[in-house]
Design a protein around this ligand. Structure first.
Ligand SMILES: Cc1ncc(COP(=O)(O)O)c(C=O)c1O
Length: 413
C-alpha cells in the first residue's frame, strides 16, 4: 500500500541528529532514569526486573495511574501503547474505513491527516485562525470551517488540544462547539492531548475531552508534558468496549509495551510524582520562553507571534520572500540549524521553534538564524552561500497556498 509521506517526522528522523542546533524539538529537556527512581523502586529493584513480556494492554497499576489524569476514567478505559503515535495510529485504524471521512484541525501534527488519507475516503480540514482582540491575539476555532468539514460521512473529528504547532488551547465554548458538531452526525472525537499538562501559566491543566460526550477517544503519553519521549509510553482512553476492540490492532503492531517502560511509567505517574514532573516542565517553559520572546521582539515586524498557551513550541509567521520549506532547507544546509516549517503543519509562511531544551543551545541556534537573516537581507533574498538550494523568488499568495496544500497532500477520494 502506498502511503503519503509524513514530512515532518521524516525530516526529523533524517536530520535531527546531524545538525548543530536542533530547534525542532517540541518537548522539554528529557528526564534521566535516576530522577525517576525513589522509594517505590530503587536502582537495585530496577536491575532485578525480569525482562518477560508485560501485560499486553499495560499493567493494571499503570492503567489506574493514567486513568487518574482523566476525571471519570478507570483502568478499564485505558490501553497502554508505544508512544502517542501508536495510540493515534490504532485509534484511527480501528475507527475509520474507506467510506468514512475524517475532519482534521489545521494547522496540526499531520499524522492524522496522513492516516485519514490511508484509512478513510477523505480528510477534510477545519481551522484554527489567528484572531485579534485589542492588543491580545489568540488562535481561535473557525466555526464556519468546522461546520463545513463535518458532514454525514464524517466518522471522526480529530482535535489536537493543546495544539501542535500553535500551542493554542481551546476554550470551553470551542470544545462544546466541537462536541456539538460531532454529535450532529454521530461522529467520534479523537482528541490528541499529548501536550496537556505543559501549560505555561500556573493553574489547572487544560480540560480534557474525556467525559464531555459518549463518543470520545483521548490519546496521550509521556513524551511532551512529562519530558520522557524516550520511554515511548503512550495511551488511549476510551469507552471500555471500544478500548477492548483497539487491543486487537496492537496485536499487529507492538503486542505489548516494553517491560522497563511500563515499570518506569508507573513511577512517573504516581500522583505526587506526576504533579512534580508537570511542575518541572512548567518551570522549564516559564524560564525559557521570555528569552525567545525577547529575540522575537528584537526582529520587529519580521515576525507575527501569538504566544503559546501550552507546549515548548512557538509558531512564528515571518515576512520574508521565501516559502517555509525552502527557508527550513536553507537554515539547515547553510547554518546547520533545524526548525520546523509551517508547510509541515498545513500552514504557510511560519516557522516552529522549540524552546524547551538547554537555553544556551537555543541561544546559539537563534544566533545561527540571525546570521542567515543578515545574509538573506544583504543578498536581497539570495544567499551568497554556494549551498543555497532554496527558492529565492518572492513568495506569492498562490505559492504559499501551493506549499501548504503540498505538505498535506491530497487524500484519497
Ligand atoms: C500532537 C502530537 N501527537 C503525537 C506525537 C507523537 O508522540 P510520541 O512521541 O509520544 O509518539 C507528537 C510528537 O511530536 C505530537 O506533536
Amino acid at each position: 500500500m502506498r502511503i503519503p509521506l509524513f514530512h515532518m517526522e521524516r525530516t526529523q528522523c533524517l536530520y535531527e541528529n546531524g545538525v548543530r542546533w536542533n530547534l525542532s524539538e517540541s518537548g522539554v529537556e528529557p528526564l534521566r532514569v535516576e530522577e525517576l527512581l525513589g522509594p517505590e523502586m530503587d536502582a537495585a529493584a530496577l536491575l532485578s526486573q525480569s525482562l518477560k513480556y508485560p501485560e499486553a494492554d499495560g499493567s493494571v497499576l499503570l492503567r489506574e495511574r493514567i486513568a487518574a489524569f482523566y476525571p471519570g476514567a478507570d483502568a478499564g478505559n485505558v490501553l497502554v501503547t508505544t508512544g502517542c503515535s501508536e495510540a493515534n495510529y490504532a485509534a484511527l485504524w480501528g475507527l475509520l474505513d474507506e467510506r468514512d471521512r475524517i475532519a482534521v484541525m489545521l494547522p496540526n501534527y499531520l499524522q492524522s491527516w496522513g492516516l485519514g488519507a490511508i484509512y478513510a475516503q477523505k480528510a477534510d480540514a477545519y481551522r484554527l485562525v489567528p484572531r485579534r482582540r485589542g492588543l491580545a491575539a489568540r488562535w481561535a476555532l473557525d466555526l464556519a470551517s468546522l461546520s463545513r468539514a463535518v458532514g454525514r460521512k464524517t466518522k471522526v473529528v480529530l482535535v489536537t488540544n493543546p495544539n501542535n504547532p500553535t500551542g493554542a488551547v481551546l476554550t470551553e465554548e470551542e470544545m462544546d462547539a466541537i462536541v456539538a458538531a460531532a454529535d450532529r452526525v454521530g461522529a467520534w472525537i479523537v482528541s490528541d492531548e499529548v501536550y496537556r499538562g505543559a501549560e505555561i501559566s500556573p493553574g489547572p491543566v487544560s480540560p480534557t475531552f474525556f467525559g464531555r460526550y459518549e463518543r470520545v477517544v483521548v490519546t496521550g503519553g509521556l513524551s511532551k508534558a512529562f519530558g520522557m519521549p524516550g520511554l515511548r509510553v503512550g495511551w488511549i482512553v476510551a469507552p471500555p468496549k471500544l478500548r477492548d476492540s483497539f487491543c486487537a490492532y496492537l496485536d499487529y503492531t507492538t503486542l505489548t509495551p516494553s517491560m522497563l517502560s511500563d515499570r518506569l511509567a508507573r513511577l512517573a505517574l504516581e500522583p505526587a510524582r506526576r504533579e512534580a514532573l508537570l511542575a518541572r516542565t512548567r518551570s522549564i517553559l516559564a524560564r525559557n520562553l521570555p528569552e525567545l520572546e525577547a529575540w522575537i521582539r528584537g526582529h520587529g515586524p519580521l515576525f507575527d507571534y501569538i504566544p503559546p498557551v501550552a507546549g515548548a513550541i512557538a509558531f512564528l509567521r515571518y515576512r520574508l520572500p521565501i516559502a517555509s520549506i525552502a527557508l527550513f532547507e536553507r537554515l539547515r544546509l547553510e547554518e546547520s540549524v533545524l526548525v520546523t516549517p509551517g508547510g509541515h503543519f498545513g500552514a504557510g509562511s511560519y516557522l516552529r521553534i522549540g524552546y524547551g531544551y538547554d537555553p544556551d543551545r537555543t541561544r546559539k541556534g537563534l544566533a545561527a538564524i540571525d546570521r542567515f537573516l543578515r545574509r538573506f537581507d544583504s543578498g536581497n533574498g539570495r544567499s551568497k552561500s554556494k549551498l543555497a538550494p532554496g527558492r529565492t523568488r518572492p513568495v506569492t499568495g498562490r505559492m504559499r497556498a501551493r506549499e501548504s496544500s503540498r505538505s498535506i497532500g491530497r487524500s484519497r477520494t
